[in-house]
Design a protein around this ligand. Structure first.
Ligand code: SF4
Length: 336
């Protein structure tokens, strides 16, 4: 039997090249090797969108369209929306009774996110989101979770919650919650147009569904090696965010561009045009496919309905067993 993988993305806006290179390409690869459950994590998006959730909800369908356009196949993977499976909130509440608050407060991304997100997210739900994440994984008996190294502390918290729950309830073997393991994936820090990490909150993204002209315009304005002022100056590709795109999109020409940059044999405009052509070429099939998906909401709806049905069955069995294991079953005899 294939090992099971669980992963999700928050529907919070249009996907960009960072998502494509860091997550989506990996998803597509994983679906041929594992039994994958991929969810639109809309309960998680509520932590930041609680004042305007309607906006986040509108991103669900485009998110699924992007996944399909990138190559996710509903015949191979179970694709669903988190809130269509009510057991996520139920297990999250159950696990929250077993999770010390101090574990959540020491979560390294808790403070980091609070500082970086330009919204008031100081809520009980935000503090407890790692518990919801643990529930997401445990419900599907997810053995593996595709993450980058920076997310290891998060997964360790899920593993600690599993251990504590199993220990307190004396669960062993197939009755115990499986401690998920990391499936470490390359998680490249893709540069945005200003040279910082590509992120919607920095306004420096190149969206996957970007119109070709807009994409070229943004590339033209993209930051390069700041030490290279004039065309005749030699450049240093190691200090140039544009050059990092050659790693992902045109590795065959990396060496050549590297030496031409260092000898002022190529100008930044030409260098950007070459890589822009390649990005446009590689993302063109994506854009076409995405457009078709967006124009076919019934397709998205049917994929999500089928995915939710399957996910509810798997998750329903898990939560029933876990509740039973702590004595929360349908035996209501009063012991007096
Ligand atoms: S030539 Fe290319 S690699 Fe060199 S600084 Fe300009 S954009 Fe960057």
């Amino acid at each position: 039997m294939l090992k099971r993988v669980l992963s999700g993305m928050q529907p919070t806006g249009r996907l960009h090249l960072g998502h494509y290179l860091g997550v989506l390409k990996n998803y597509v690869k994983l679906q041929s090797e594992y039994d994958c459950y991929f969810m639109a994590a809309n309960w998680h998006s509520l932590t930041a969108f609680y004042t305007n959730y309607k906006e986040a909800h509108q991103y669900i369908s485009p998110l699924i369209s992007d996944w399909l356009a990138a190559g996710l196949d509903p015949e191979k993977s179970t694709i669903f929306v988190q809130s269509d499976v009510p057991f996520h909130t139920e297990l999250s509440l159950l696990l929250s009774m077993y999770t010390p608050v101090s574990w959540l407060e020491r979560n390294p991304t808790y403070k980091e996110k609070q500082e970086n997100i330009d919204k008031d997210i100081d809520s009980y739900g935000f503090l407890g989101y790692p518990v919801l994440q643990a529930a997401d994984i445990f419900l599907y008996k997810g053995e593996l979770v595709p993450i980058g190294e920076d997310q290891l502390p998060h997964l360790e918290l899920s593993r600690e919650i599993a251990r504590r729950f199993n220990h307190i309830n004396k669960l062993e073997g197939k009755n115990a919650i499986i401690e998920p393991k990391p499936l470490l994936s390359e998680n490249p820090k893709v540069s945005g147009t200003d040279g910082r990490k590509m992120s919607k909150s920095y306004g420096n993204t190149l969206s996957l569904s970007e119109d070709e002209n807009d994409l070229r315009d943004k590339m033209k304005k993209m930051k390069t090696d700041t030490g290279r002022v004039k065309r005749t100056d030699v450049g240093n590709p190691d200090n140039c965010p544009v050059f990092t795109y050659y790693n992902y999109f045109l590795p065959a020409r990396k060496m050549e561009i590297d030496s031409q940059c260092r000898s002022a044999g190529i100008g930044c405009i030409d260098c950007k045009n070459i890589i822009s052509d390649q990005i446009v070429k590689e993302t063109e099939p994506f854009r076409e496919s995405r457009k078709k998906n967006i124009e076919n909401p019934d397709l998205i709806k049917s994929i999500l309905e089928a995915g939710a049905k399957k996910a509810r069955k798997t998750a329903g069995e898990t939560i029933a067993n876990l509740k039973d294991s702590i004595g929360m079953n349908s035996d209501y005899r009063i012991l007096i």
